[in-house]
Design a protein around this ligand. Structure first.
Ligand SMILES: Nc1ncnc2c1ncn2[C@@H]1O[C@H](COP(=O)(O)OP(=O)(O)OP(=O)(O)O)[C@@H](O)[C@H]1O
Length: 653
């Protein structure tokens, strides 16, 4: 451990790395009360938790030793995004038929994916429609663009990609990279105003999309002065590969490999992606990720790809080599890096479900592991989601009849790994999921700006209410709120330095500059502390989740997690609202359990403030108990399932 004082004399920076344990005793400063985890320490895994009224527990999985696999870093390749393409190319040479993507009953091999990407890249660069790759659909030519004269490739031009999660989406991204462009994934579901904001902000010059969105997207492209083109369909194994003989396929793959390698398209210098933040704390910002980060060079052999590969490297070293990962979103880093690039890099197949469907997921798990306990070919083995997805899946489970519950729980228990991230996983939700499926969710902490930084271990103790420890090569500091002395609360803003850090906020040099402190550490804006075992506890966004009541600073996430234990509460958000006496008052907004809603008479809320306060008396300190309560039918959430608390506060005004 090393501790040092920052340039701000009121702050103190505490420096950790992944190998070290907790730096300071975090005794509580008298008027700072953060105790997200400590309050759980006394919870048994059974009846005291209201939400745990669940059936058939599965045995806990054995939790063996090391926190992070020691040799993970040695396996990491030297640059980021393009490394995924290189790995795909290698795989298509050595195992041409290996499935990369499954979507809507079709399978696409690594070779088919790359072949399409290569065509897209050529067409983006040359505008050549004569090579037979581009098709004409309803009078709209696919890829009819070409780079401006005098340029050898796209030279960093931004290529917007609007497609549901599909082989075409992946081919569009890979094709953009091979052509030297910067991919800007855009959501089909964005309202037009938001699409226009992102397109204009990132100066998208070419918009790629698929046939089903072409009318809307042509319009959007025209409004932004961008060119529009369709992404050619990627041929699938059933429609193409099966009908040709093995030798023919192998010759094609070899030619493709040579062409791509000879073209130097794989060098991949410069910017690779612009991903927009969720906009939970403000307008979405364009986060620029590079192929090869400056940090990676500075660190010599430490590689940018680490974050999205690390988890999969663990899995690889675990036992079997074949995984199928279920993915619904390619818009944010969780879906894009963790559930797409990482598994493709690792040689897994990614199965896309066009949109999140509770029934569809349970069905897919039951199909994967049918009643008799057997596992089918192409069974889903890995699942990663945001907490709201697990809440919805639980609601779906509760609505099933007992027989279906039994087969569903049994199927889910047979997946190899279930992960959770992107927002706080409430402890009651984690426990309930574990009771039903036997999986203790592997919770991680990440951000658009660095993908992943902290993680509970694949093998080892996964501590509820914490996000584990820094991943290998990730360094973190806490910018302390107090003087960091012996009575310090240990609470402060988390700062991260990692080979995977983004390069900049697109066209926002000032904001970029302000986001870093000396030494290249990025200020996350999250308030954290470290527990006695060195596990990090996220107390919440400093700007939205830390409520200032009188002299106390309280974590909204802690209070939410407690309220969720109430048997009548299905969802909950806690915010601070202005209060003339105390500065802020604690306001809880709950969504009642479905059954409770039905039981409730029209005018009587399912849970009154008095009932909540009296129930919470022995669960929360008096100053943490809400003084205002609203019961709503749903909480406003963004595409990532996150509650935008700034917007929520406006609704309460
Ligand atoms: N496991 C986790 N537990 C608690 N919070 C988490 C976890 N993982 C991510 N987060 C929260 O999500 C944030 C990162 O999400 P993202 O990059 O999408 O930005 P956002 O905060 O949702 O949007 P914006 O930056 O536009 O406000 C983190 O800063 C943190 O607040």
């Amino acid at each position: 451990m090393s501790a040092f004082t920052s340039t701000n004399r009121f702050s103190r920076l505490i420096h950790f790395d992944s190998c070290r344990k907790r730096p300071l005793a975090s005794s509580f400063c008298c008027r700072l009360h953060y105790s997200l985890l400590s309050s759980y320490a006394s919870c048994s895994s059974s009846s005291s938790i209201g939400l745990l009224r669940v059936l058939r527990p599965y045995p806990r999985r054995p939790a063996p030793r090391p926190f992070f696999s020691a040799n993970a870093a040695e396996l990491l390749p030297p640059d980021a995004s393009m490394e995924v393409v290189k790995a795909a190319l290698k795989r298509c040479s050595t195992q041409p038929g290996t499935v990369a993507i499954r979507s809507q009953q079709k399978s696409y091999s690594y070779a088919q994916l790359l072949s399409s990407a290569w065509k897209i890249s050529n067409l983006l660069c040359t505008g050549d429609l004569s090579n037979g790759c581009a098709r004409s659909m309803n009078g709209v030519s696919s890829i009819a663009i070409g780079v401006p004269s005098g340029k050898k490739n796209l030279e960093g031009a931004r290529i917007g990609i609007v497609a549901k999660p599909s082989a075409e989406f992946v081919a569009g991204v890979f094709g953009t990279w091979l052509g030297g462009g910067v991919a800007v994934p855009l959501a089909v579901s964005y309202p037009e105003a938001e699409l226009l904001h992102v397109m204009n902000d990132s100066d998208v010059s070419i918009l790629l999309s698929t046939e089903e969105h072409q009318e809307l997207m042509k319009n959007v492209a025209a409004k932004c002065g961008a060119q529009f083109s369709l992404i050619p369909d990627v041929s699938s194994i059933t429609s193409d590969g099966d009908s040709r003989n093995k030798l023919e396929v192998e010759i094609d793959v070899e030619t493709l490999r040579r062409e791509i390698e000879d073209s130097k398209a794989l060098e991949g210098n410069g910017d690779a992606l612009i991903v927009y933040t969720s906009g939970t704390t403000g307008k979405p910002k364009g986060v620029v990720h590079t192929h090869k980060s400056v940090t990676a060079q500075r660190h010599g052999n430490i590689h940018h790809v680490i974050n999205f590969c690390t988890v999969y490297l663990y899995i690889i070293s675990y036992n079997e080599k074949k995984f199928i990962n279920l993915n619904f979103s390619t818009l944010h880093v969780h879906g894009l890096f963790n559930a797409l690039f990482a598994p493709l890099y690792a040689g897994a197949a990614v199965e896309f479900m066009p949109k999140f469907s509770v029934r569809g997921i349970w069905e897919r798990w039951r199909e994967s592991y049918p009643k008799d306990g057997t596992k089918v070919d192409n069974a889903i083995t890995v699942f990663t989601g945001v907490p709201t997805m697990y809440t919805r899946l639980l609601q779906g489970y509760e609505a099933m009849d007992p027989e279906l519950q039994a087969t569903s729980a049994s199927a889910a228990s047979q997946l190899r790994l279930m992960m959770c991230g992107s927002s706080a996983l409430p402890y009651p939700l984690m426990k309930q999921w574990e009771t039903i499926t036997g999986h203790r969710l592997l919770e991680r902490y990440g951000m658009t700006e660095f993908v992943m930084a902290l993680s509970n271990p694949l093998r080892g103790t996964r501590k509820g209410g914490t996000v584990g420890k820094p991943l290998p090569h990730v360094e973190v500091k806490i910018l302390m709120e107090d003087d960091g002395g012996p009575d310090s609360s240990g609470v402060g803003e988390l700062c991260v330095r990692s080979p995977s850090l983004f390069k900049e906020y697109w066209k926002q040099p000032e904001v970029t500059k302000e986001s870093f402190i000396d030494g290249g550490f990025f200020k996350t804006g999250d308030t954290v502390k470290v527990d006695e075992d060195g596990y990090y506890i996220i107390l919440g966004r400093s700007s939205a989740d830390i409520i200032k009541v009188g002299g106390y600073k309280l974590s909204a996430l802690e209070i939410e997690s407690r309220i969720l234990e109430h048997p009548s509460v299905s969802e909950c958000a806690v915010v601070g609202v202005p209060d003339k006496d105390y500065g802020e008052a604690i306001c809880a907004i709950i969504v009642p359990e479905a059954g409770e809603k039905e039981k409730t008479e029209e005018l009587k809320p399912p849970l009154s403030l008095e009932e909540l306060r009296s129930w919470a008396k022995d669960k929360l300190a008096p100053y943490k108990i809400p003084t205002r309560l609203f019961s709503w039918n749903s909480l406003p959430r963004n595409a990532m399932g996150k509650v935008n608390k700034k917007e929520l506060k406006k609704l309460l005004e």
